[in-house]
Design a protein. Structure first.
Length: 381
């Protein structure tokens, strides 16, 4: 059973049903039922036309559900004639489904869940396991999201920026349960790139590939975090890096710079350095300046302060940091790092301890606690 094929066909099959007159929620349920049927039937009797089989099966599931609902009898009269099965042009439908699932009326968490279900073809159980929540909780979230967008027409224009933000949220969830969400986000972004020619879509895909290439080196065997400067670069996936760089260069050549292209440029500069001390921090600062012009984000300003500290020395980095709100996430950790670089180990140890208490997860807390202990041990010795 080719599960990847099933999932790749999901958005186009769903789009065809909606075009035929099914409302989004009913169509999505019918497609999920057809996918379950395919998993049961295909191993023994694989179809010659996988997409045509799914369209036919999903449409029949939809008609069965419509006939069973007497309150929808009038709509049944409109859709009772079954159109012929078979392939259909669906690139536009796929693109519109991305827009629909990232509709601005949805919360970020609902948009992510609906995208994984309707566009990604994942089951509710798989999505729930990935987010470490009960299946019933995720089912309610998806059901509410489907109701929210049920009145939105599929042919309305959508916002690419919303779609990219949702896909990046999926990517940053990483891995939990039996679905690798980082890999799933890359797959969906590749699919989006095939449906739309947009430099920021290419920029996001390049960014994902460049980050994903370093994945194997980000944690030690005991699960502890390994910072970028200490990672074993021989474990980086050079094929993914090369692909990401080529995609990025093609996007940048179009001279329509966006925030994902700029972020990917920073990631490419890190990936290009044979060793941490050979990183081109001056150029990284320049790219953060471009990002600030695009977003004016406090997080970008924080990352820029780190880059300035590397390019121009820790005191320059601390001066850049002083202009920022100290309640920013990771502000204290950055201050600790820059003070350590500047030789103020007592203050750095205290700040690492503070940062550990503020850490959003156990892995980061453990790392910061070890940094504080390292400095305290060194001073005691």
């Amino acid at each position: 059973m080719d599960e990847a094929l099933l999932r790749s066909l999901t958005p186009s099959v769903l789009g065809i049903l909606v075009r035929r007159g099914a409302d989004f929620a009913a169509a999505e349920d019918a497609v999920q039922d057809a996918l379950v049927e395919a998993v049961r039937v295909w191993p023994a009797d694989p179809p010659r036309d996988a997409k045509g089989w799914l369209v036919t099966a999903a449409w029949r599931k939809f008609l069965d559900a419509t006939r069973a609902d007497t309150a929808r009898r009038r709509r049944e009269d409109r859709v009772d004639e079954e159109p012929p099965p078979g392939p259909a042009s669906s690139a536009d439908d796929t693109l519109q489904l991305y827009f629909l699932c990232a509709h601005p009326s949805l919360s970020p968490s609902s948009a992510v869940a609906l995208t994984l279900r309707a566009v990604g073809g994942l089951t509710t159980r798989q999505i729930a396991a990935s987010y470490l929540v009960p299946e019933a909780t995720m089912a309610q979230r998806i059901s509410r999201a489907k109701r929210t967008v049920s009145g939105v027409r599929l042919d309305q224009p959508g916002d690419v920026a919303n779609v990219l933000r949702v896909l990046y949220l999926v990517f940053n969830e990483g891995y939990s349960g039996d679905i690798d969400l980082a890999a799933e986000a890359i797959r969906l972004t590749r699919q989006l790139a095939a449906a739309i020619d947009h430099p920021e879509v290419a920029g996001l895909l390049a960014l994902m590939l460049l980050h994903h290439a370093r994945r194997a080196s980000r944690t030690a065997p005991d699960g502890s975090l390994v910072p970028l400067a200490d990672q074993d670069r021989s474990r980086w996936d050079r094929e993914l890096i090369a692909e990401g760089v080529v995609i990025l260069q093609s996007a940048l050549a179009r001279d329509r710079l966006g925030e994902f292209q700029a972020q990917a440029a920073v990631a490419a500069l890190h990936a290009d350095a044979p060793a941490a001390e050979e990183t081109d921090w001056v150029q990284i600062v320049e790219w953060y300046d471009e990002l600030l012009r695009l977003t004016d984000s406090p997080v970008v300003r924080l990352n820029r302060a780190v880059a300035v500290g590397e390019a121009d020395g820790p005191r320059a980095g601390l001066a850049a940091l002083a202009a920022l709100d100290d309640s920013l996430p990771r502000h204290t950790a950055v201050a600790a790092y820059l003070h350590e670089r500047d030789g103020d180990l007592t203050r750095a140890a205290r700040l690492y301890t503070e940062a550990a208490h503020q850490a959003p997860n156990l892995a980061e807390r453990d790392y910061l606690t070890r940094q504080a202990a390292r400095l305290n041990t060194g001073r005691d010795g």
